[in-house]
Design a protein around this ligand. Structure first.
Ligand code: AP5
Length: 218
């Protein structure tokens, strides 16, 4: 399968992408994770991206488009991929179309996780992440087994820098202005399917399984 996941910050794109990637053997391509990894490794793109990410703004298109194009051209993306957090504006969507054309492939579907602002804020303020394996937890919805420790790595979970209330507000504003217009873009191309991002993880996964079956996406 080749999917794009769209939705506001905290809609559950990353969480659901992990579940889908495991069950459908598709590569999970998260631009947020790739940028955070680049920053950890102090690469040129990571250093350039840092300030934008901390402010909750979009990193310049050329940086993000390059890392996505490189990633989806690799051999392990041939089995399929799930784009989580890309594209984020019209420019990036046009660049993605161009790259897919070069690779002679197309998207199966664009999933829009429609989510209320209240849910986004509640999920992001409660999100905790394992700095080692990157797994997401939530203090109420998905708590770790042991107090603030990753179930797998046993290291202390962290609160993402951009998950502070003021930065979340900024990210939601940027989403409304830059990313929301992509709903029309993908609706016009017939690829958009709306699902509720307010559902729990398993409930949403079951809905997606039925949708893929109905539309022959594998
Ligand atoms: P990125 O990391 O992509 O952040 P985001 O889009 O804001 O998305 P989030 O990771 O916050 O939310 P999510 O929908 O994945 O939710 P999650 O599953 O984690 O981007 C960060 C920054 O990088 C951007 O601000 C920008 O600067 C830069 N960037 C990235 N891509 C870019 C691009 N293309 N162009 C330019 N700049 C770019 O879930 C959140 C919480 O809720 C977790 O705690 C989870 O456990 C919980 N949860 C998830 N699903 C459910 C559920 N169904 N029920 C209950 N709880 C749930």
């Amino acid at each position: 399968m080749r999917l794009v996941l769209l939705g506001p910050p905290g809609a559950g794109k990353g969480t659901q992408a992990v579940v889908l990637s495991k069950n459908y053997k598709a590569l999970h391509v998260s631009t947020g994770d790739m940028l955070r990894d680049a920053l950890k490794k102090k690469t040129k793109s990571g250093i350039l991206a840092k300030d934008y990410m901390e402010r909750g703004e979009l990193v310049p298109d050329e940086i993000v488009t390059k890392i996505v194009s490189e990633r989806i051209s690799k051999a392990d993306a041939k089995q399929g991929f799930i784009l989580d957090g890309f594209p984020r504006n019209k420019n990036q969507a046009v660049d993605l179309d161009r790259e897919l054309k070069n690779l002679e492939i197309s998207l199966d579907m664009v999933l829009y996780f429609k989510t209320s602002e209240l849910t986004s804020v509640e999920r992001l303020t409660g999100r905790r992440v394992c700095p080692k394996c990157g797994i997401n937890y939530h203090v109420k919805n998905r708590p770790p087994k042991n107090n603030n420790l990753c179930d797998t790595c046993n290291v202390i979970l962290v609160h993402r820098n951009d998950d502070k209330v003021e930065t979340i507000k900024k990210r939601l504003e940027v989403y409304d202005r830059e990313t929301k217009p992509l709903l029309d873009y993908y609706s016009e191309s017939g690829l958009l399917r709306e699902v509720s991002g307010n559902l729990d993880v398993d409930g949403l996964f079951r809905i997606l399984q039925n949708l893929f079956k109905k539309e022959n996406v594998a």
